[in-house]
Design a binder for this molecule. Structure first.
Ligand code: ZN
Length: 134
């Protein structure tokens, strides 16, 4: 995928974010900042009776990469088992963004959503999750 195309994907999600907003009473909620860029992401989920993600929202502000990756991550986790969420990798996030070439600061922008989502999952699971991707 060319640089031009990945920018289009990122801009599309930034300008038309999927699943942006908040859940009234989320079972899982976490928030964090990326001080290097000023990004802020809140990630919220509700589970169904089988422990699968039935509802997911993100909210936040910041650069296009941070917000687009968070929106993409909501689509990635929807319907998944909570126990599988900790296995979502940095590689999967980068693939969703179109494998852009990102410097160390921009990588933190792209991975903020993943970090926040996993903090929420781990606190919900009581620290028993798989942390191998951190
Ligand atoms: Zn950023």
């Amino acid at each position: 995928m060319s640089d031009e195309m990945y920018r289009e994907v990122i801009l599309d999600y930034y300008q038309n974010p999927r699943n942006k907003g908040t859940i009234g009473k989320p079972e899982i909620s976490a928030m964090d900042y990326n001080p290097l860029c000023g990004d802020k992401i809140t990630f919220q989920m509700n589970l169904d009776a089988n422990g699968k993600v039935a509802e997911v929202k993100f909210d936040g502000e910041g650069c296009a990469i941070s917000q687009a990756s968070a929106s993409m991550l909501t689509e990635m986790v929807m319907g998944k088992d909570i126990n599988d969420l900790s296995r979502i990798s940095r590689t999967e996030i980068l693939e969703s963004l179109g494998n852009p070439t990102l410097g160390p600061v921009r990588i933190k922008c792209a991975m903020l959503c993943l970090k926040v989502m996993k903090v929420g999952v781990y606190s919900h699971l009581g620290g028993s999750g798989d942390r191998s991707e951190e």
